[in-house]
Design a protein around this ligand. Structure first.
Ligand code: ADP
Ligand code: ZN
Length: 217
């Protein structure tokens, strides 16, 4: 069992936060909140929120802080977050972290741990540009590192696989830059309050996952 259950996964795009979050959420019954997945769903559904987020997401820019923080705030108040949650892709700026602190205080919850996923840019770019995603269920595969059994088809649900617009070389490079400029300062932010731990996410998921779980005991 794990004792740390209110979690933030921090790290650059392509580090594998989403992949490990799915496994962790399932094993320990935690709510998995991926802000990127929420935006992609809302955009596909053509909702108001989707329309507001669309330009930013497709260009690999950050959606405005208040918009994301409000969305996460209402998501955290839902029942399935009661026994723990994994935030995957939020907070992404110091402003978002401050808004998140306020929200947690307001709803009477405590953040247990922030896990930093560490990997070098060269590997990250390789992973991002070879990544293919299921249109139907959102699961990721990778042409180089974890190809699907049948080309173009999701192993999980049979859905069609595609390359995300923001996984092109140009946009992926831009997203890494956005991470360094706007998100990396959060490392200091959480180190200062003693909530930071890290894993080596250059390792394949079979090795990275147990080291993640060990941090949560
Ligand atoms: P990755 O982690 O691979 O970059 P995500 O799926 O987490 O991709 O995010 C995709 C896009 O969604 C981001 O490039 C950004 O436009 C938007 N987004 C997701 N989370 C946030 C956030 N916390 N703040 C601002 N924008 C966000
Ligand atoms: Zn699928």
């Amino acid at each position: 069992m794990i004792s740390k259950r209110n979690l933030v996964l921090l790290g650059p795009p392509g580090a594998g936060k989403g992949t490990l979050a799915v496994i962790l959420a399932q094993e320990f019954k935690l709510a998995h909140i991926s802000t990127g997945d929420i935006f992609r769903r809302e955009i596909k559904g053509g909702t108001e929120l989707g329309k507001k987020a669309q330009e930013y997401v497709n260009q690999g820019k950050l959606v405005p802080d208040e918009l994301v923080a409000d969305m996460v705030g209402s998501r955290l108040a839902e029942n399935d977050c009661e026994d723990g949650f994994i935030l995957d892709g939020f907070p992404r700026t110091v402003k978002q972290a401050e808004l998140f602190d306020e929200t947690m205080k307001k709803i009477g919850k405590n953040l247990d741990l922030v896990v930093l996923f560490e990997a070098g840019n060269e590997l990250l770019l390789k992973r991002l540009t070879a990544r293919i995603t299921c249109k139907k269920c959102g699961v990721n595969f990778n042409k180089l590192f974890s190809p699907p059994k049948e080309e173009g088809t999701c192993d999980e649900c049979g859905g069609e696989l595609y390359q995300r617009a923001d996984d092109s070389l140009e946009t992926a490079t831009g997203r890494l830059k956005v991470y360094e400029e706007q998100t990396a300062p959060l490392i200091e932010y959480y180190r200062k309050c003693g909530k930071l731990a890290s894993i080596n996410s250059e390792l394949p998921k079979e090795e990275a996952y147990p080291s993640l779980v060990a941090l949560l005991k």
